[in-house]
Design a protein. Structure first.
Lengths: 50, 824
């Protein structure tokens, strides 16, 4: 069970990285507008040829 | 799909001859398997067919025309439109709204008419339509598009004209400093949620191990490891993510006010520090998991409420961008479009009919009538001649005039009113919400109970007594209580917004449930805000007079004239050269059967009733008795018809006011219109207290002097100061931008009915809040009793807290506080 002393900190580091990624995305303004991107996927490929 | 579509038709025909059909939407070749669609249009794929249908259903087929003209090599954007947007190229405009960017320049524009995915698609295709535009990103919730373009390649006015032609008239929009701060605060709040959520989840995993250890045994090194690990994780959760609650509690204690944050902070800190002590001691209960979960849940609850409030506040602020911004400055006879910021005192400005005056000043040339209702509340148009003053924001109705600007910007009457608005908003007293008032008692009771429990158990063992008292403090920590109000308010504001009632703050709902005095503005609020023919008396034997008068009046833009035109089903066609305007008086028309005059009593019968025969003067008395504005129709010297025009009371006004009175609210009318007109409306609506001729300052005084909490309902700039000073300001449909900014609530539907819905919704929301508070207090009573007897520990708390919160969530979101909008 000594593995826990390595695995748990490792898991926490990964969780920390995830929080870091979220903070980075927030700072970049990726969560400022939550509605438009949801609609944008509907239009992204349509009519590109025009 | 059968409507004529020149562009796509052209595509189809040329391609048919070449043997290859192009997609009616994107002009790519159509695969042979898809040819021969029934209605003559071919599409390369279902996606194109869908977008084509969407555009077509929304009347956006202009896009195809534009595209076709572009393909033909015509410079569409160079075509002069009604509004040239030339002021967008002015340096003062750029200074105010345009931001320099590495790729060129950037501007945020608020667009009218954005509503669906097709709009999003069309607007974001701007770079393909206009060479020089790098990017267009639309925020569909707020209808704001961010355009990046290269000023060297294309002028901003061209971009603006393109947007206008696509059906989205643009308005420059600059986020206020307040909004920038709000955005920063929003982002920080999200980060706090992320930290609290991540730590809560991980602490819970470790707690799970510890709880298992309680049952099956755990070696001391592992127990220590998990305890210290939990403590380490709890640190950022409590002191960074939980900061808003700790700060709120400190402020509340400092100002000695009851605040929900106090019991929350008490629970958080008791849980954290007892946990630290027990971690170091290596024995006893730790509550880090409950503390972190509590912080996460409360952050989420408040975030939901803030989000709904911001949506409403944003919507109001964006409407402000609709304030017209361009003026036409005259140099000799040459007019140039300039932004209003560039107007200097002494400038000569041309104002055409239908346009608002851009500055305060005096008329230099021309005569016209002015609709000053927005500033004064007066429903009748005012005639102005050279030398008469005109004010920014009022609308020029009938003739082209040239004015000389005297005061601009903040020095105008509107600007001064807006300053009074801010002043009034600062003076307004805050309200202690129901939950905050309860929290005061709550803290007292919990502390007394904790001391009691400690004293009772101290006789057995001091150590046990400390444990029990701490358990009680934590178990009683009002997670559900803290979420009861924000969730109920968030749910209600969301429902309200969907029903067209935008509420900027949750406290509004609570204020509206107390007995209030409602002050209604008259013009445009209780009444339709325009003129209508209320009575038509024509001399016996006359024929076709209604359509003849309408035919004459078609040549005028005066509101009375428009009402007369609307009254007739089909106006007679009368050549414009037969018509002569008498500004401020009426119209003359030389027709085959004589000279007709349609206009005011003072013009047609200057001598008053003495100039009229018995029939006409009796009819005139009838009209005047109903309080309507009389208009006379004369052929030659004989009056052939007497017409009464008035501002019709809204059909739902009476019932709505009765509903408000039934709830114990007092109803008064507070209007800037003529006292006589106000008294008449009051009489029809059964309102005892009515005041007319009120200036904006008077309205402010009356509202501030109100004994009961004042609810101001209005739409004009003249109501703005009163709206912001009132306990609750409600701006109604069609209101001036200034009043939207000042109000707490704004309603996007016409009529007085939505005001009743607002009050009903507020009452229901308060019911939900009360129910939530009862639920959460019940959970607390259960928890506290068990904690006092030692029957609950960290495990019990970890289970009880989410359950109580879930109850509150369910109770808030199932409540039908505002009616769902009917699907059309």
């Amino acid at each position: 069970m000594e593995a826990l002393f390595i695995v748990v900190p490792l898991a926490l580091t990964i969780a920390g990285a995830a929080v870091g990624a979220f903070v980075w995305a927030t700072r970049r303004g990726q969560f400022d507008d939550l509605d438009t991107p949801a609609l944008r996927i509907l239009t992204d490929d349509v009519g590109r040829g025009g | 799909m059968t409507a004529a579509l020149p562009a796509s038709a052209r595509y189809a025909s040329t391609d048919a001859s070449a043997g290859v059909r192009e997609c009616a939407h994107c002009a790519l070749p159509v695969p042979s398997a898809r040819r021969g669609d029934g209605d003559g249009h071919a599409f390369c794929c279902d996606g194109c067919a869908t977008v084509y249908a969407i555009l077509h259903d929304h009347g956006l087929t202009a896009y195809y025309d534009l595209k076709a003209q572009d393909a033909d090599g015509e410079r569409v954007a160079a075509a002069t439109t009604d509004h040239g947007y030339r002021e967008y190229d002015d340096p003062t405009f750029a200074e105010r709204f345009v931001v320099g960017d590495p790729e060129g320049a950037r501007i945020d524009l608020y667009l009218e008419g954005v509503h669906c995915v097709a709009c999003l698609w069309l607007i974001e295709r701007l770079p393909e339509l206009v060479p020089g535009v790098r990017e267009a990103r639309l925020d569909i919730t707020r209808s704001v598009v961010r355009v990046r373009w290269s000023p060297a390649e294309v002028e901003l006015s061209t971009v603006a004209r393109w947007l206008d032609r696509l059906g989205y008239p643009p308005h420059p929009y600059r986020a206020s400093h307040l909004q920038a701060a709000r955005k920063r605060e929003d982002r920080r709040w999200l980060m706090r949620m992320a930290v609290a959520g991540a730590t809560a989840g991980n602490i819970m995993l470790m707690s799970f191990a510890l709880y298992s250890g309680d049952f099956f045994g755990m070696a001391a090194p592992y127990a220590h490891f998990f305890r210290y690990g939990s403590m380490l994780l709890a640190l950022p959760a409590v002191f960074w993510a939980g900061q808003p609650f700790l700060r709120g509690a400190i402020n509340a204690i400092r100002t000695r006010t009851a605040q929900m944050d106090v019991p929350i902070a008490l629970g958080i800190l008791a849980g954290f520090f007892s946990g630290v002590v027990n971690t170091v001691r290596g024995e006893g209960d730790i509550y880090f998991d409950s503390v972190a979960t509590l912080i996460f849940a409360l952050l989420v609850g408040r975030r939901l409420q803030q989000r709904q409030q911001r949506i409403a506040a944003d919507a109001a602020e964006l409407k402000h961008a609709l304030t017209p911004l361009h003026a036409r400055r005259l140099h000799g006879d040459v007019a140039t479009d300039i932004p209003v910021m560039a107007i200097a005192p002494g400038d000569r400005l041309e104002v055409r009919p239908g346009e608002p005056f851009p500055a305060d000043g005096a008329v230099d040339e021309g005569e016209t009538t002015v609709d000053a209702a927005v500033l004064t509340g007066e429903s009748r148009p005012v005639a102005v001649r050279p030398g008469d003053p005109v004010h920014a924001g009022t609308v020029n109705l009938s003739g082209r005039v040239v004015m000389r600007a005297e005061r601009t910007g903040l020095e105008t009457r509107v600007g001064q009113i807006m300053e009074a608005v801010e002043e009034a908003a600062r003076r307004r007293a805050p309200i202690t919400s129901l939950a905050d008032r309860i929290s005061g008692w709550f803290v007292a009771v919990v502390v007394v109970l904790a001391v009691g429990v400690f004293a009772a158990w101290a006789t057995v063992s001091v150590e046990l007594a400390v444990d029990r008292a701490i358990a009680l403090l934590i178990v009683s920590c009002p997670c559900a209580l803290g979420m009861a109000t924000p969730l109920a308010v968030a749910a209600a504001l969301g429902r309200g917004a969907r029903a067209g009632i935008l509420i900027k703050g949750g406290d509004v709902l609570e204020r509206l449930t107390r007995p209030c005095t409602f002050f209604f503005d008259k013009t445009g609020t209780l009444t339709e805000g325009g003129f209508r023919v209320l009575a038509w008396h024509e001399r016996p034997g006359e024929r076709g007079l209604v359509s003849r008068v309408a035919g004459i009046e078609q040549h005028a833009v005066h509101p009375l004239a428009r009402a007369l035109v609307a009254h007739a089903g089909d106006p007679e066609k009368i050549a414009p050269e037969r018509i002569t305007h008498a500004i401020g008086k009426g119209l003359k028309a030389d027709l085959d059967d004589g000279r007709y005059r349609v206009g005011s009593v003072a013009w047609i019968a200057p001598g008053g009733p003495a100039d009229l025969d018995g029939w006409a003067s009796a009819r005139l008395d009838d009209v005047l008795a109903t309080g309507a504005t009389p208009v006379l129709v004369a052929r030659g010297e004989q009056v052939v018809a007497v017409v009464g025009l008035g501002d019709e009371v809204r059909s739902d006004a009476r019932a709505s006011l009765d509903a408000l009175r039934a709830w114990g609210h007092e109803v008064q009318i507070l209007s800037g219109d003529h006292p006589a007109a106000v008294a008449r409306t009051a009489e029809r609506l059964g309102v005892a207290e009515a005041r007319g001729g009120a200036r904006p300052e008077t309205k402010l005084d009356v509202v501030e002097a109100s004994v009961r909490p004042a609810v101001m309902v209005g739409d004009g700039v003249n109501d703005a100061a009163a709206l912001s000073a009132a306990a609750v300001g409600v701006a109604v449909h069609g209101g001036a931008e200034a009043s939207l900014a000042a109000a707490d609530v704004f309603i996007t539907r016409a009529g007085v009915g939505p005001v009743v819905e607002l009050v009903a919704g507020a009452r229901r929301t308060m019911g939900v809040i009360r129910r939530n508070l009862v639920f959460s207090l019940l959970y607390n009573v259960v928890g506290i009793t068990h904690a006092a007897t030692g029957g609950i520990g960290p495990r019990g708390a970890a289970v009880l807290m989410p359950f109580s919160s879930l109850t509150v969530v369910a109770s808030s979101y199932q409540a039908r506080t505002f009616p769902s909008p009917r699907r059309s």
